[in-house]
Every structure is written in structure tokens, then in C-alpha cells.
Design a protein around this ligand. Structure first.
Ligand SMILES: C[S@@+](CC[C@H](N)C(=O)[O-])C[C@H]1O[C@@H](n2cnc3c(N)ncnc32)[C@H](O)[C@@H]1O
Length: 200
């Protein structure tokens, strides 16, 4: 799926393409095949730049429903402009809202994939504890929660939080092609990827 408007910053194209390759590799390693058509929930999605890469990484399984949620109305408006379904079989929805209260969103279906890119545990630990636990509870049986982190320690904290609520770690990998960022030491784009499921 091609973006309907260009990405906001130079370099995003390459970052999301590398993320797509990483996701494909990860699905192979854990033998993840979602139900068809797949349901995908992208939490704290921001501008959801990775939407096209996620669709491609799941192919040939088509995405039937894709929902992105973030607190920032400006980012949600931009994501809605950029990502339009290329088939009438696909519904794409971006909503402004609090992704830590998905347990109160009674209309949500179960999801094959819950995705969180560049999780922000350091911003507010207790809120992210809730967000991650509720994210796990959004999964269908057989579904997975995948998240990326830009810092080593923040990644370890999010993973520990999920383990505390009984998540099973299916994969935890360092992204070898992650692009270093100059704004903070030890920070790089999608530096780590973890995939967890609800324990059986
Ligand atoms: C580091 S940014 C990552 C954004 C996007 N996933 C990306 O990779 O570009 C963290 C995002 O989390 C969002 N966020 C933080 N707490 C949230 C919450 N409770 N509900 C929804 N979004 C939240 C912020 O608005 C921000 O867009």
C-alpha cells in the first residue's frame, strides 16, 4: 500500500522499509500466520508511518480491519490523510483517544496483531503498564503483541512490565539495521523488537 501523501521527514521511507523487513523476518522465526483477513490494532500510533510496511509484512494475508489510536489529533489527522485502503475489503480507521483504556472500548473486536512502534514507557511508567496489559487483552487466541523500542533500558522495562502480567515472550531481537539517532546516546530507530502473546 502506497502513502497517499509523502512522509513528513527525510529518512522515514528507509526506516519503515527496514522495519517491514524486520517484521517479515520475525513472523518467519515465530511462524506467525494471522487469520485471513487479519485484524490489526496500532496503539500510540502517532502518524502511523509504518502502516504500509505492516500491510506488506503481513502479505499475502490481507488486512481486513486496521485501527490506529493516539492522543494527538494532529498526528491522527495526518495518518488518516496518508493511509487509504487500496481495496474495498479493507477498513482503515484512525482515532484520537487514550490507548491505555482499550478495556473500556467495548466495541473493539479481537486482534490478530497489536502493534506498538517506539513505545514510550519512560514518559509515564504506570500509564504504560496499563496500556501494555490492556493491549495483551485485545488479542484473539493465537494473536501476538509486537512492539519496538528506541532505547535498550526502555525496552527492558516494557518487556518486564508485560512479563509481570503473564505475557509469554516469543521473540526478542536487536535490529541489526537500526538507524542511529544523534539526539540521545544509545538511541536508534526500532532498535529492539519484541513479540509476546498471552500465556496459554
Ligand atoms: C515516541 S511516540 C511514537 C509514535 C509512533 N508510534 C511512531 O513510531 O512514530 C509515542 C506516542 O505515544 C503516544 N501516546 C502516549 N501515551 C498515549 C496514550 N495513553 N494513548 C494514546 N497514545 C499515547 C504519543 O502521543 C506519541 O504519539
Amino acid at each position: 500500500m502506497r502513502p497517499a501523501i509523502p512522509f513528513r521527514h527525510f529518512g522515514i521511507d528507509g526506516d519503515v522499509s527496514r522495519l517491514g523487513h524486520l517484521m517479515r523476518e520475525a513472523w518467519g522465526l515465530i511462524r506467525f500466520v494471522p487469520e485471513s483477513p487479519a485484524t490489526v490494532l496500532n496503539l500510540a500510533c502517532g502518524r502511523a508511518d509504518e502502516t504500509g510496511a505492516l500491510f506488506e509484512a503481513l502479505a499475502p494475508v490481507p488486512v481486513g480491519y486496521y485501527l490506529g489510536i493516539d492522543l494527538l489529533p494532529g498526528d491522527i489527522a495526518e495518518a488518516s490523510q496518508r493511509w487509504r485502503p487500496s481495496s474495498s475489503e479493507t477498513r482503515i480507521d484512525f482515532r484520537t483517544g487514550d490507548a491505555s483504556i482499550t478495556h473500556r472500548m467495548k466495541q473493539l473486536p479481537g486482534f490478530d496483531l497489536v502493534f506498538i512502534r517506539h513505545q514510550n514507557f519512560w514518559h509515564d511508567g504506570p500509564q504504560w503498564d496499563r496500556l501494555l496489559e490492556n493491549a495483551l487483552n485485545c488479542l484473539k487466541p493465537g494473536g501476538v503483541l509486537a512492539f519496538t523500542s528506541y532505547f535498550d533500558r526502555e525496552h527492558a522495562l516494557a518487556l518486564a512490565s508485560l512479563k509481570m502480567v503473564g505475557a509469554e515472550v516469543l521473540l526478542n531481537m536487536r535490529h541489526a539495521a537500526s538507524r542511529p539517532l544523534a539526539d540521545a546516546p544509545g538511541k536508534s530507530v526500532d532498535r529492539h523488537l519484541a513479540i509476546v502473546s498471552r500465556s496459554s
